[in-house]
Design a protein around this ligand. Sequence first.
Ligand code: F6R
Length: 647
Amino acid sequence: MFKSFEWSYHTDRHQYYNDFSTRNDLYAKKQNNMCGIVGYVGRRDACPILIKGLHRLEYRGYDSAGVALVNPDGRLNVFKCKGKVSDLEHFLDGKDLGGNIGIAHTRWATHGVPNDANAHPHYSESENIALIHNGIIENYRVLKDALEQNGYTFRSSTDSEVLVNLIEYVRATSGCSLPEAVRQALRQVIGAYAIAVVEKGNHDRIVAARQSSPMVVGVGDGEFFLSSDAASIIEYTEDFVYVGDGEIAVIDRNAPLKIVTLDNHDAKIDIKKLQLSISQLEKGGYPHFMLKEIYEQPRTIVDCIRGRINPDTCEVKLSGVIDHRDRFVNARRIIFVACGTSWHASLIGEHLVESICRIPVEVEYASEFRYRNPIIREDDIVVAVSQSGETADTLAAVELARKAGAFVFGICNVVGSSIARATDSGAYIHVGPEIGVASTKAFTGQVTVMAMLALAVGRERGTVTEAYYNEVSAALLHLPETMEEVLKVAPQVADLAKIFTYAHNFIYLGRGYNYPTALEGALKLKEISYIHAEGYPAAEMKHGPIALIDAEMPTVAIATPDHTYEKTASNIEEIKARGGKIIAVIARGDEQVRRSADFVIEVPVIAECLMPIVVSVPLQLLAYYIAVYKGRNVDQPRNLAKSVTVE
Ligand code: F6R
């Protein structure tokens, strides 16, 4: 179970093939957590590094935050409060923040409401140990009862406080070192965790451990960084050690990094290089990450196709496919598993693969797939699609598929993420860190990769004509310019958003390749503006939803040229006839739908199968501007977190 893994990172953006091809048996059992943890030990002041790290991890949860620092004289101070990292910063004003070692946490509540007491770090009973925890201790009740019988009391309603007291109890009763107490305590724990622990009197050492929650140690010169996400500490080092499941890292400023397993065997220290630029993590002058990420799309598409399409021959190559050519050529079925936006991208993948490769495709919500005893055969390919690569349900679906003997291909963004490491092969979308909670550039990157995948496999299977192959790959090569073009609609979309800011409901319609685009447009709007929105295939309207249409129910209709254009135009007429307001996304120069629509957004036209990439841009912008006009927190909408690692 606790095998180490080998995995090659392809951070050289200029190499011809930049995909992943992995073979390992390591995949998380279960993930139940969505908080962010960060740690530092070295020569610098720890607190500013921790706070900056927390800001970068805030996408993982933002209902409370805290830090624990060990002063040079050995005092252990914990400061924490309900609210965002900025609230913590205010709270820290005037406090004793000295120390070159500390741990910090940003929380998305699972056990216990978001309040000061439930915020992390948690002190042990004696206040000699402080712990941060990302995860759920499933057997916390039993452990808590046992500790209570031994005189322990609890200040919070969290499972995490149980763990810190268990560590203290083990240390007190056996007289062992802190790393050994952590190891022995964790052997009694059932659940998921990434933890970091510091203790009073020791300003040199952090003990950290992981089971089914992401954790990485950044290795600097005489200093170490710890985080749930390498991107949050990338400005300090490019050298990272991914802590494996069931491993405990002893991070001591005066010693080389040491990692042991729960069985007390030394684990291999495998340093990986990761190159990301800081500018990718900052807003770069935009008011929100979401807007920045929308505007980044021409560049992210360049990064996504770089080295994969030969500009001279239009040939598409994905090494994750080439290395497993026979699996793809002989696949009897492809099953996409994903959640949310990645599921919408997968629906477009279904159209692409079925039409170009002539392989039957199913698209499953990962959360449903994993619990319904699906039929999975050895000649099936399961494609797991995930921006974060950490989504618990998708990871579990990967595990299920592998157990059933299927070949599992990943389409991920985050390099080194759990899903990337758990799959047999895959392709990164290479769109850079996506920080806005609402996914934008990851969606267009995923569809771009799916189009390349379909072309690469279609050619190997001989199911795509030369002319169509060349048309689509040429369109992919020109996609960055097309994305620049479509972004010019932003001011017009911003004006439209003003008109519709006070709508309570929206309907989004599309057909064919753009039905999933309609679903995705509706999801964007509801996530960040909290306006109720539904996406439908346009022809389904008359089977029920048309009853909702009146002057108060705006419809966003995607009516770009395709083989169902005339039918969509008729569906628009049906809505008009019932007094509905229509915002139509149309091709430049289209006069037919312009006449029936109340408002139009004109977009450039490319190959039909790539139109979702283009059309999604004005829909992202519409959701964005409506949310801004409503005064919503666009980058951190209520109740959401970027990385959904709870079931
Ligand atoms: C929507 C959104 C979510 C994610 C979903 C899957 O804007 O961000 O619906 O798409 O939680 O996340 P990943 O792709 O990381 O598996």
